[in-house]
Design a protein around this ligand. Structure first.
Ligand code: MN
Length: 296
């Protein structure tokens, strides 16, 4: 066997090993990885003559590319696995106030220290306590089979749950080193769906400025429509578009800006863009975009 066909043979063996590995790891048949490996198998099998140097190099490049993709796939899977092992599962009533990822004065001059202390330590804490209370009362309702107050506790669950989860996202959506514009997959998808980053930013700002009363503006990914969307939430327990995943949220409740901006919410919204932690939003989008339901 000459060294060329020896190399091709090695690739063939490696390819078969990879397939067995995918099978043992129970990687779904619909995964792109299978398609790529099958395509590569066909390529090798159709190679029944001595290859030129260029052809061999091209084959080698393809093999390396697939190898890299497989490695990334399993690295990611391992990370997800580790998260499952390390992270605790919350029992009913087990929520706690997350620490801010920066000091209370870190977002100045755009959001004052006074607002951040009140907003995080008073308002957010009240949501956490309300959510725990609602969960524990619903647990009690399940245990005693007494659901006479289910409407009340479900409302509390939605109100305090949305409050806790949205604020948890909101803090991380911002950074003292924020501002600018996104990169990567998120940048591409914003441009594809909204036309441009500026068009998106305009729509998001207008959505925030024109929320009726109190609420939020949200950039969401719809796993079913498979595109981004900008939503308004008038009071966060109402008008929620379920089945979406918040990526970027802006708190336009008065407590978020009134001490500093009075009734000038528009100025607050405009200034807020200087704080957006796009790395965090990108990370959220990349994780969330992996979630796909059948498109109907
Ligand atoms: Mn708030």
């Amino acid at each position: 066997m000459d060294r060329f066909s020896h190399y091709v043979n090695e690739l063939f063996v490696w390819n078969e090993q990879m397939k067995q590995f995918l099978q043992s790891e129970k990687v779904g048949q619909d995964s792109e990885l299978w398609g790529k490996l099958d395509h590569f198998t066909e390529l090798i099998e159709s190679t029944n003559r001595e290859l030129s140097n260029e052809e061999l190099l091209s084959l080698q490049a393809k093999a390396e590319l697939i190898h890299e993709e497989l490695e990334q796939y399993f690295k990611r899977k391992q990370e997800i696995g580790n998260v499952w092992v390390v992270e605790k599962v919350l029992s009913p009533g087990g929520h706690s106030l997350p620490e801010l990822p920066y000091p209370y004065n870190a977002l100045e001059p755009y959001i004052s220290e006074e607002i951040m202390i009140l907003h995080h330590d008073k308002h957010h804490r009240a949501y956490v306590e309300g959510l725990n209370k609602a969960e524990l009362n619903l647990k009690k309702a399940r245990e005693t089979n007494d659901f006479s107050l289910i409407k009340h506790w479900s409302r509390e669950l939605a109100f305090h749950g949305s409050g806790h989860y949205l604020h948890t996202i909101f803090w991380r959506n911002m950074s003292p080193n924020g501002g600018g514009s996104p990169e990567g997959l998120l940048k591409g998808e914003i441009e594809r769906y909204f036309g441009s980053f500026d068009a998106f930013k305009k729509q998001f700002s207008e959505a925030a400025k024109q929320v009726e009363g109190v609420g939020w503006a949200l950039l969401v990914w719809s796993p079913r429509a498979r595109h981004l969307e900008v939503l308004q939430s008038e009071r966060h327990m109402l008008l929620t578009q379920w089945d979406t995943i918040p990526l970027l949220v802006l708190d336009v409740w008065e407590h978020a800006y009134y001490l500093q901006y009075r009734n000038n919410r528009a100025e607050y919204v405009d200034h807020w863009w200087n704080l957006v932690n796009w790395h965090d939003v990108e990370m959220r989008f990349e994780k969330a975009a992996d979630i796909k339901w059948p498109a109907v």
